[in-house]
Unconditional design. Structure first.
Length: 395
């Protein structure tokens, strides 16, 4: 063939359900599917995300309401590399949106790397219609990877205009003590009762894509699209699961403490106090975190009187460290805010006796010296009035 002649371009081989659409740049390859709002991902219907209570949604992102979720993008991507870089393509971008009476999943596929600008432009068009983006580990993975591709293609990045909700955050906060890991598949199987045994492992995605690029092997693509679609549908389902737990007051004490910490970090001490009180009311985990955090917040608000009954209850805790800490805190509060010092001294002595009479003194290598110091100071305060009185009688 003469060099001036160009071989005709053969039609792309695409798996069933994947179509080619014209665009101003190059053709865009995508799969576009609709799921009923009653479609269940595990035991959770997709519409459950729209039924989340406002208080919970606001905890995820201050100012957010359930209505905002109707125009949110639920995003998951598959890439050719985990470490990033110029050749780490986002070759499959799944975007789920609530579309009237359905949940729509668009999957943009990079059938040929040189078509990346056209694919990214189509992705941007979809994202520009949304006001929030919801991911799972998107803070560390999806958003940086996709943003890098927009930058390399010299295209405006629509993600900079969207508020982000990363569902890995509540997963880590609420389920660290109950799940072996906070991986997406672990959450699905343990919490949402979804069996993904027929699904491919995410680590296979890059190899299947490479087989398609190099040999136009179509057999690996349908499971790849389905894997990505599963991940996209997981997002509204898990959001709905969390909202349902909130509605049912189904969080245990450790989760309520986690919610309290979350509220503190968000600058909402009132909500944090409520969370810690609820954790204590249902029986906290016994490590003393809930009463410690609660009383610290109360003292910051000059509400130290409310701390006394909290620590008095803790003196009956079955854990020795918990009882010693409660008595020590009561001694501190009495010394600082109440007179005379005799009651504070009695409490400090009781805490010290618990340590000395136990076989676990090594656990209190820091607590015991602090108690001894407080006891010595209180004994001085107790004896001082007597010394003053005896001095006045001798005059």
């Amino acid at each position: 063939m003469p060099a001036s002649e160009v071989a005709p371009q053969t039609a792309l081989l695409l798996p069933p359900g994947v179509i080619e659409r014209p665009s101003p740049l190059d053709p865009v390859i995508l799969r576009d599917e609709f799921y009923s709002l009653t479609h269940k991902h595990g035991r959770v219907a997709l519409h459950a995300a729209l039924d989340c209570p406002t208080a919970f949604i606001n905890r995820l992102a201050p100012g957010l309401t359930p209505n905002h979720l109707t125009s949110a993008a639920f995003l998951d991507i598959e890439t050719t590399g985990l470490s990033g870089g110029e050749h780490a393509f986002a070759f499959l971008v799944g975007i789920g949106t609530f579309d009237n009476l359905a949940f729509r999943v668009r999957q943009y596929f990079l059938a040929q790397p040189f078509n990346e600008p056209a694919m990214l432009a189509a992705v941007a068009t979809t994202l520009e219609r949304c006001n929030h983006v919801v991911t799972f580990n998107g803070t560390s993975f999806d958003l940086p990877r996709l943003s890098a591709r927009f930058a390399l293609a010299s295209l405006p990045n629509p993600l900079t205009e969207l508020r982000h909700i990363d569902l890995l955050v509540p997963a880590r906060r609420l389920y660290t003590h109950t799940l072996d890991s906070r991986r997406l598949t672990q959450i699905e199987s343990r919490l949402m009762k979804l069996d993904r045994r027929a699904d491919i492992d995410g680590s296979q995605s890059e190899a299947r894509y490479a087989a398609y690029l190099q040999r136009r092997n179509l057999s690996g693509l349908p499971p790849l699209f389905e894997h990505n679609s599963f991940d996209v549908r997981f997002l509204p389902a898990f959001l709905g699961y969390l909202g349902r737990q909130w509605n049912r007051d189904a969080f245990d004490s450790a989760q309520l403490v986690a919610l309290g910490r979350w509220a503190e970090e968000a600058g909402d001490p009132t909500q944090a106090i409520s969370d810690y009180r609820q954790a204590i009311a249902i029986g906290h985990a016994g490590n003393g975190e809930a009463p410690a955090r609660l009383t610290r917040l109360l003292e910051k608000q000059a509400r130290w009187q409310e701390c006394i009954p909290i620590w008095q209850v803790e003196t009956h805790c079955p854990d020795l460290s918990c009882r010693v800490h409660a008595l020590s805190q009561l001694a501190r509060l009495h010394e600082r805010h109440m007179r005379p010092p005799a009651e504070a001294l009695t409490l400090a002595l009781e805490a010290r006796d618990l340590i000395l009479q136990s076989t676990q003194q090594r656990r209190f290598v820091r607590t015991l010296p602090a108690l001894e110091k407080r006891i010595a100071r209180l004994q001085t305060k107790v004896l001082r009035p007597r010394s003053d009185a005896s001095g006045s009688h001798s005059l």
